[in-house]
Design a protein around this ligand. Sequence first.
Ligand SMILES: [Zn+2]
Ligand SMILES: [Zn+2]
Length: 295
Amino acid sequence: MDASQILTSFNTSIAEIDIALTTPCYLIPESLRANKDKFYTLAHTYPEIQTRLIHNMKYCSTNTMIRRAVRDHWFDFHLNDFNRQTRVVPPEDTKLMNKYFKAFNRIFFFGALTTDRYSYRLERNVPGIRGATSDVRLDHAGAVEHHSPKSIKCITALYKKPDTTDESLRLKGYVETLLHEMLHAFFNLFTCLCETCMGMTEKERREKTKTAGASGHGMPWHMVAQRIEEFVKSRLKCELDLDREWIMAQDIYESRMRVSKASVLFHFKELGMSYESIKQKVEKIRLDGESRKAD
Ligand SMILES: [Zn+2]
Ligand SMILES: [Zn+2]
């Protein structure tokens, strides 16, 4: 992937958080939930979602649903072997992508990304973007009727990358993007984005890293994404790169923040990220932007 591709990769539209000012709070305190294990749309806080997703992976060995999903939906279909998959069908095969979606949904997301709430589709190539997840709340600015626990929906676009001629690499790219976007969708569907939950005081705005961050990649997203990468490597016997460092570099570049300040706000070490590597990436994005302006 070259720098121009990275520049706008994995965009999400969560930045238009101002809409939250007009929306009520849909949070449901744990004590009032009929079923403690269930996920209710718009009803949870960011920290709660983060904790539950990570807990689910951490204690997977005692969780029958995950163990079965890993066996029946991942290894039985040999989904870790991208070469094998693309010998039979092209990477753009809908049924194949659906197998990955089903496996991820069961392994990482409690099967809660149901078809009435979430959908994804492969779309025509848009240079520089691998995927995008939009949230109905944010797509219809001011249309409060769309922002309710009943109507909330999320849609992911995965952009075809015909320039990647190696089919197994192309499939791997789609699968990485799908997983990256499913994590966005999960946060979008199940967290409340009202002003109280998002934090709208000056101090809280500065600390938005604790919720959605500037582009949907706040600390909760990063923390879970890191654990997912580890889980994929150790339990699913495959390596998937969710583009965490590039996304971090992109967000730093766009917010005009110093890398040193970002390293404190985002706890690079905790995320297993290298300060030097992020600094280099920010520089590469800057240089690439400048050379394009000069064209
Ligand atoms: Zn993203
Ligand atoms: Zn709220």
